[in-house]
Design a protein around this ligand. Structure first.
Ligand SMILES: [Zn+2]
Length: 136
């Protein structure tokens, strides 16, 4: 996972935040993200001081491909019946291809995500639920 500083002019280069090596995805998201969520919460609460100037820290967004995004959020993958990240539609498969045919379904929100309002959309709890501020 990479991070990037956004402060006034945008001339900062991305830097490594988390690095994982293995032949498969990490077994435990809590082990993988445990130190990260602890440090992010500390930084968001206390900021960071550089050359005697205090800066606030806030996460604006995470950028991942679709499978990685579902993995870190602890949600169903993009082929699941409850995979839509924007609303609570239940999909169906036609010729083994997921279909989402309705357009007026309850939208997902940061709050509904944190409440896990649609249980079937979620896998085991994501460690990102422990991050202090909203990520929307
Ligand atoms: Zn949807």
């Amino acid at each position: 996972m990479s991070g990037k500083v956004h402060y006034q002019q945008c001339f900062y280069k991305p830097f490594a935040v988390l690095i994982y090596f293995g032949t498969s995805k990490p077994v435990s998201l809590d082990d993988y993200f445990g130190d990260f969520t602890t440090e992010v919460n500390r930084l968001q609460a206390n900021g960071v001081t550089i050359m005697e100037q205090r800066f606030n820290v806030r996460i604006h967004w995470f950028i991942c491909d679709t499978p990685a995004r579902a993995f870190i959020k602890g949600t169903k993958g993009h082929t699941g019946f409850y995979a839509c990240e924007r609303c609570e539609i239940r999909g169906f498969k036609e010729d083994r291809v997921p279909q989402f045919s309705r357009i007026h379904c309850p939208e997902r929100t940061d709050e509904s995500f944190r409440r896990r309002s649609q249980q079937r959309h979620h896998n085991p709890k994501s460690p990102f639920l422990q991050v202090g501020n909203d990520l929307s």
